[in-house]
Design a protein around this ligand. Structure first.
Ligand SMILES: [Zn+2]
Length: 224
């Protein structure tokens, strides 16, 4: 296995951090890769799809994945086709779409970008080449040279909790304008992600109700 979106041969066509006026921030926030042997774009981590659609800001058709075990968000951009849906769990072997040239792109490639999040907000862009464990250097490479050990991958370890009181499961991490479903004390749930947002005076966790598998957001102080 690798942490790359392509199998077989691929090229790095633009490094993370390259300076240039074509980018609003003045630097290239991700790494551009071109798959040579295949257009299939794989997830580069285990996680959950948080966004899947068209971005007018430049990404074109893109997928955003929340990495298991970290606050990192992975963006795979300029896709010609998207094969996954929001909420879907993905692994390193999930094909999320096909390489394309949608959005701010001059030729077929996949822009890989990693953003570190804190409290639901992006705080910085990480070096995507380091993340994928490839040289941050324009050139042609082969994925077989960048295999990683499976045990080094972040694991998905949800925490089991019990409700202390009547609590709403909400579809957004806020009391404002979110759909609410009431759950009673002693309902068990898994905390999938802690501290996803601070809103309305509360810290929110992303949770999954154990009995019915429903996912949503709860205020973090309501567990036993
Ligand atoms: Zn790019």
């Amino acid at each position: 296995m690798t942490k790359l979106p392509f199998t077989g041969k691929f090229k790095v066509t633009c490094e993370y951090g390259r300076k240039g006026t074509v980018w609003k921030s003045g630097i290239h926030g991700g790494t551009d890769l071109v798959g040579i042997d295949s257009d299939k774009v794989y997830s580069i981590s285990n996680g959950v799809v948080e966004r899947a659609g068209y971005d007018k800001g430049g990404f074109g058709n893109y997928v955003r994945i929340k990495e298991d075990g970290t606050e990192n968000r992975i963006y795979l951009a300029h896709l010609s086709k998207i094969y996954v849906k929001v909420g879907q769990r993905v692994t390193y072997t999930t094909v999320v779409g096909l390489m394309g040239s949608t959005g701010n792109s001059t030729g077929k490639h996949t822009h890989v970008e990693i953003r570190e999040f804190k409290n639901g907000q992006a705080v910085r862009k990480l070096n995507a080449s380091n993340y994928m464990r490839i040289p941050n250097k324009v050139g042609e490479y082969n994925s077989k040279d960048y295999q990683i050990k499976t045990e080094s991958r972040p694991e998905y370890k949800p925490e089991l909790k019990t409700l202390a009181r009547k609590t709403n499961l909400r579809n957004k991490p806020t009391t404002q304008g979110s759909t609410a479903v009431l759950y009673i004390p002693n309902t068990t749930l898994y905390v999938l992600e802690k501290g996803v947002a601070n809103a309305d005076g509360y810290t929110w966790d992303k949770v999954r109700i154990r009995t019915n598998g429903k996912e949503g957001y709860m205020i973090n102080k309501n567990y036993k």
